[in-house]
Design a protein around this ligand. Structure first.
Ligand SMILES: Nc1ncnc2c1ncn2[C@@H]1O[C@H](COP(=O)(O)OP(=O)(O)OP(=O)(O)O)[C@@H](O)[C@H]1O
Length: 416
């Protein structure tokens, strides 16, 4: 049931929302149920008793494990699914960026699809004629706009869809993982448009597997667990609780000896060539050098011959923009130790004479115990919201601490 929210500042009020999916043993069973009216199904509640309220201008991040009910919630709020129980009260225009491009007609041209798709989201012919130049400029499809959409790559369809659904600023914008689509140039444009809506007071609901994006975009977060609200409130405490839950779940999946950094000796993985998801000519990581690694002696994995870990990361940026650089270190088997980024630390890469960017990250007196470690490097845009490039787990190394003690790190401490 959909009503209009009463309080002038409340744009969305969800009460006791539930969604039941009926699961049939076969399509035949489903048909039989439709014809005979007998409920021959198993019932699966994807959401149960979900309640929360959003104020104008708030940005909410929805997090949760796979299958927790995030997409179902977003579809209910967007009105593309009907609730089984509960109410949704909303104010003004709601735009949803879900399954981008799914609603296009494959035989129509991109331009015709703007009018066709626009009519589905409440933009009439006259308004679309006014909006068309802006949409065309944003999606940068050029002549392809007059070709049938079935000839488009998925990236092109996504560009058209995003440009269309965000052509008019809504009161509430619902986004399902949309920041993960498209090439880096377009990703950046999407982030900028979303941020612009946000600063104009648009309420944003944003579903993501990335706590990173949620932390940077959202004032409040909703953690869904098994279809129910596990926590709702200020972003940081909710993310912290979710992080704790995720770590516990991962720890439960790992054999006991790995909890303590004492894994059995493994054949050392060779340092892999970086896999960079980038377009030629665009921003990318150029090199990552670790000082005093014993690669020359043929050690596998190379051993760090220093008490300090000093990493130099060099990257190519985009245009005049000052990018940000990130770094992560984990135990070889993927137990995270720390992750950092220049923008998180109020630092910035330095520009070199040839226009590239460089950061040198130093961990003095590396406080780790002996073990095998793996590092990753990241390149972000100026805001830290778009990821331009990543060299994920690309370099393994061993570190030998002279005093063999159990545990993972040496924490700063004192005795009294
Ligand atoms: N059309 C459907 N019919 C039956 N069950 C469904 C349907 N859509 C989703 N489900 C089930 O409902 C639960 C919630 O699914 P949903 O897609 O909302 O979760 P999610 O949190 O978005 O997951 P993910 O992060 O993997 O996308 C899951 O158990 C899923 O299998």
């Amino acid at each position: 049931m959909t009503r209009h929210a009463s309080n002038s500042n409340t744009v969305l009020k969800v009460q006791g929302l539930g969604k039941e999916y009926k699961l049939y043993a076969s399509p035949r069973e489903r048909l039989k149920a439709l014809v005979t009216g007998h409920a021959r199904h198993r019932s699966h509640w994807a959401l149960r008793d979900v309640s929360f309220e959003l104020q104008r201008g708030q940005c909410i991040g929805v997090i949760g494990d796979n299958g927790a009910g995030k997409s179902s919630l977003l579809k209910l709020l967007a009105g593309t699914l009907q609730p089984s129980t509960g109410t949704i009260e909303r104010v003004g225009r709601i735009t949803a960026i879900l399954e981008l491009g799914a609603g296009f007609h494959p035989d129509f041209s991109g331009r015709d699809n703007l009018y066709f798709g626009g009519s589905l989201i409440g933009i009439d012919h006259a308004e679309m004629a006014r909006l068309e130049p802006g949409i065309i400029e944003f999606c940068e499809l050029g002549e392809a706009l007059d070709r049938p959409v079935k000839t488009y790559s998925s990236g092109m369809a996504v560009r058209l869809a995003f440009a269309l659904v965000t052509a008019v600023q809504p009161d509430v914008l619902i986004i399902d993982e949309a920041l993960a689509v498209g090439d880096q140039h377009f990703q950046k444009k999407c982030v900028e448009r979303i941020m612009e809506f946000r600063s104009n007071g648009c309420t944003i609901l944003f579903c993501s597997h990335s706590p990173y994006h949620i932390r940077h975009l959202c004032d409040v977060a909703l953690w869904l667990k098994g279809g129910q609200v596990a926590q709702f409130g200020a972003t940081e405490p909710v993310l912290a609780a979710y992080d704790h839950h995720t770590r516990q779940r991962l720890a439960d999946e790992l054999p006991v000896h790995e909890h303590y950094g004492q894994e059995a000796p493994q054949p050392a993985p060779a340092a892999e060539a970086p896999v960079a998801a980038i377009d030629a000519g665009s921003a990318c990581i150029l090199s990552v050098d670790v000082k005093d690694l014993g690669e020359a002696q043929g050690e596998r994995p190379p051993v760090l011959h220093s008490n300090d870990l000093v990493v130099t990361i060099t990257a190519r940026g985009r245009g005049d923009e000052r990018p940000n650089i990130g770094f992560m270190i984990e135990q070889s088997k993927g137990v995270g130790i720390t992750s950092l980024a220049t923008h998180e630390d109020g630092a910035a890469p330095v520009q070199l004479e040839d226009g590239s960017w460089r950061s040198v990250l130093t961990f003095p007196d590396l406080p780790l115990h002996s073990g095998d470690y793996v590092i990753s490097a990241f390149l972000f845009d100026e805001t830290g919201l778009a990821v331009y490039d990543e060299w994920f787990q690309f370099l393994h190394f061993s570190f030998i601490f002279p005093k063999p003690l159990p545990g993972l790190v040496r924490l700063p401490h004192h005795w009294s």
